[in-house]
Design a protein around this ligand. Structure first.
Ligand SMILES: NC(=O)C1=CN([C@@H]2O[C@H](COP(=O)(O)OP(=O)(O)OC[C@H]3O[C@@H](n4cnc5c(N)ncnc54)[C@H](OP(=O)(O)O)[C@@H]3O)[C@@H](O)[C@H]2O)C=CC1
Ligand SMILES: CC(=O)[C@H](N)C(=O)O
Length: 261
């Protein structure tokens, strides 16, 4: 069996750094991507020393076209890479009417465009090989667009829908595709004062979150919600959505919308 090599975006901190640690413990070689090279190098040095795996660092701002193209080329051309964790993301918007449009552009570029382009770069190789892993980190806010801010949850809803569609296209070809929906997770994405104001029973430690997500991956789950106590609730949600399907596209408008003369 060939040794896995996993490229993890946003690996300098938080959820991505824990994925790096856990994949190294599983014996995978790593390519760690984020903007802060010094943080990546420090993590890489520890993982090399601990695990005997090879760890490469790529400093890149994935919201910038040139840097994104560099990472895409690597995913497209390097046959050694067997998996991708699309984790890099930002939140941090204010009320929609107050948020700087330039900030929203950066948010969309990182949370949507980079995830799409990096997936597109690796997917053909994984599909041709009939193996490999694609993990996309979305968020429980994908399921509650009215419960947070406007644009961040919408980016995460995109990632969830995108990943579900890829699951259909690539899952049948032997590629493991997983959407992970963390709830509130203790990382630096939350300012200290925000975190201090959150109910402690709603906040998961980052190691617990990643270990749960990897357990879901090992179980072959397409969608993993680490905090959800009963997966039957997710199944019921998906079944209710599927039940709409036969009636979503019909020749006639619904009776309540029919124009009467
Ligand atoms: N923590 C939470 O409560 C939740 C988080 N999530 C999602 O989990 C993912 C990881 O978040 P989390 O670990 O909490 O956040 P952190 O802020 O702790 O880490 C974010 C990571 O993304 C990297 N990053 C940020 N901007 C860029 C960029 N432009 N280009 C490349 N890398 C970038 C950061 O590194 P650097 O600054 O060095 O570039 C860092 O490594 C995100 O997608 C987030 O939306 C989902 C649900 C809940
Ligand atoms: C990280 C966030 O800001 C968000 N609340 C989330 O749960 O995804």
């Amino acid at each position: 069996m060939t040794q896995d090599t996993i490229l993890i975006t946003g690996a300098s901190d938080g959820i991505g750094a824990v994925y790096a640690d856990r994949f190294a413990r599983r014996g995978a070689n790593l390519i760690l991507v984020a903007r802060r090279a010094e943080k990546l190098e420090a993590l890489a040095a520890r993982l090399r020393a601990d695990g005997g795996v090879s760890v490469e660092v790529i400093a890149a701002d994935l919201s910038q076209a040139d840097d994104l193209a560099r990472v895409e080329a690597r995913l497209r051309d390097d046959d050694a890479i067997t998996g991708l964790v699309n984790n890099a993301g930002i939140a941090g918007e204010q009320a929609f009417v107050e948020t700087d449009p330039a900030y929203l552009t950066g948010l969309i570029d990182l949370n949507i465009l980079a995830v799409t382009r990096l997936s597109r770069a690796i997917a053909p190789r994984l599909a041709a090989r009939g193996a490999g892993t694609l993990i996309n980190i979305t968020s429980v806010t994908a399921l509650m667009p009215d419960g947070f801010t406007a644009v961040y949850p919408a980016t995460k809803a995109y990632v969830l829908a995108f990943t579900e569609a890829l699951q259909v296209e690539l899952g049948g070809k032997g590629v493991k595709v997983q959407a992970v929906l963390p709830g509130i997770t203790r990382t630096a994405i939350w300012a200290a004062e925000q975190m201090a104001g959150l109910p402690p029973h709603m906040v998961m430690d980052v190691e617990v979150m990643v270990d749960a997500a990897l357990a879901g991956l090992d179980m072959g789950e397409a969608i993993t919600i680490p905090a959800l106590p009963d997966n039957a609730d997710l199944d019921a949600y998906l079944a209710a959505r599927a039940a709409l399907r036969p009636n979503l596209s019909l020749k006639d408008a619904a009776p309540r919308y029919r124009v009467t003369a």
